[in-house]
Design a protein. Structure first.
Length: 136
């Protein structure tokens, strides 16, 4: 299953945004606070519980010198294997960002999670935009 979020224009340079997103502790700022609990984070990994009691673990997949791609993968406590790719595109003083989710799920699970995950990733890109708008 593949889901691509709506893009957002973020008021930060691609260098600043890449540095921010490469620290998994900052993922907290992107998540809908009213829908998560039990947040734990380090620089290279984070975990949290979503509504329904499901634990999600994210681990930085690779440290690349490429500023336009940040990859995270599911950890062992996640309910199924997946990868999140945060794509960044330089737009002068702004950066366009969006999330691509690729998960290994069966058809039944896809029907249950596709809409909530799409909403989550759209919320995350919107929260990223708002975080840097409010940081000025």
């Amino acid at each position: 299953m593949k889901i691509t979020s709506q893009p957002a224009l973020v008021h930060a340079s691609i260098v600043k945004l890449n540095a921010f997103l490469n620290d998994c502790q900052n993922i907290l700022h992107l998540l809908p606070q009213d829908q998560i609990s039990d947040w734990k984070a380090e620089k290279d990994a984070c975990s949290f519980k979503v509504q329904g009691g499901i634990i999600i673990t994210l681990i930085k997949d690779e440290n690349s010198s490429n500023q336009s791609i940040i990859k995270l993968k599911s950890g062992e406590k996640s309910p199924f294997p997946f990868q999140l790719t945060i794509n960044l595109e330089d737009q002068s003083d702004l950066t366009k960002g969006y999330i691509v989710f690729e998960g290994d799920v069966n058809v039944f699970l896809k029907l249950m999670i596709e809409r909530p995950l799409t909403n989550l990733f759209n919320t995350m890109t919107e929260n990223l935009k708002n975080y840097f708008l409010n940081a000025k």
